[in-house]
Design a protein around this ligand. Structure first.
Ligand code: AMP
Length: 221
């Protein structure tokens, strides 16, 4: 299956992506994680991306699309993938369509995670991420690790992402509304969008997502 996950920052995309990718046996491809990996390796791409990320803005399309393309062309993604955080604007969505068209493949669904804005702010303020593996995500209140500051999965140090500060979150939300939300209409016109609520226990949201992905017809509101 080829799936795109969309939703505002703090919608739980990363958390759900890890779970869904495992259930669907496809790789989880997160452009945010790929950028963060480049930042920790101190690559040129990482240095470039960091300035945009810290300000809450999008990294330029050219480098983002090239990085996503390279990852999607890895052998593990031949039979499907779950894209988390890409595309993030209409020109990236068009570039993705062109890439898929060249390969003679199509997307199966776009899963849109809905969450009220006040909840987003609470989620991001308490979010803590593992330094070893940014897909290991906790929340100080909603899903605390067993030992404070330590990842339950791998023992890594938990930290607050630089771009999870209150000011940056405001910019990221605005970027989401102005640049990313329009891709929902773009994909609705292709009949691909399935919208689910991202409120409630993590397991329930995963169930909801799997159910929505099973549906024959997308619920294009
Ligand atoms: P995320 O981990 O998905 O919340 O992404 C963190 C940050 O990485 C974003 O706020 C952007 O600065 C950058 N980023 C991730 N994916 C993209 C993308 N598709 N296009 C541009 N910037 C991105």
């Amino acid at each position: 299956m080829r799936i795109v996950l969309v939703g505002p920052p703090g919608a739980g995309k990363g958390t759900q992506a890890v779970r869904l990718a495992e259930k669907l046996a496809v790789p989880h491809i997160s452009t945010g994680d790929l950028f963060r990996a480049n930042i920790s390796r101190q690559t040129e791409l990482g240095k470039l991306a960091k300035s945009y990320m810290d300000a809450g803005n999008l990294v330029p399309d050219e480098v983002t699309i090239a990085m996503a393309k390279d990852r999607m062309e890895q052998p593990d993604a031949v039979n499907g993938f779950l894209l988390d955080g890409f595309p993030r604007n209409v020109s990236q969505a068009e570039a993705l369509d062109a890439l898929l068209r060249d390969e003679g493949i199509t997307l199966d669904a776009v899963l849109d995670l809905e969450v009220p804005e006040e909840e987003v702010v609470k989620r991001i303020a308490g979010r803590r991420v593992c330094r070893n593996e940014s897909a290991h995500v906790f929340h100080v209140t909603y899903s605390p690790p067993e030992r404070q500051g330590v990842c339950d999965v791998c023992g890594g140090e938990l930290y607050q992402r630089d771009d999870d500060s209150e000011d940056t979150v405001r910019t990221r939300l605005e970027v989401y509304h102005t640049q990313t939300e329009p891709i929902i209409d773009y994909y609705k016109s292709q009949g691909l969008v399935r919208t689910i609520s991202s409120l409630g226990p993590v397991d329930e949201i995963t169930e909801r997502a799997l159910e929505a992905l099973k549906g024959e017809k997308a619920e294009n509101k």
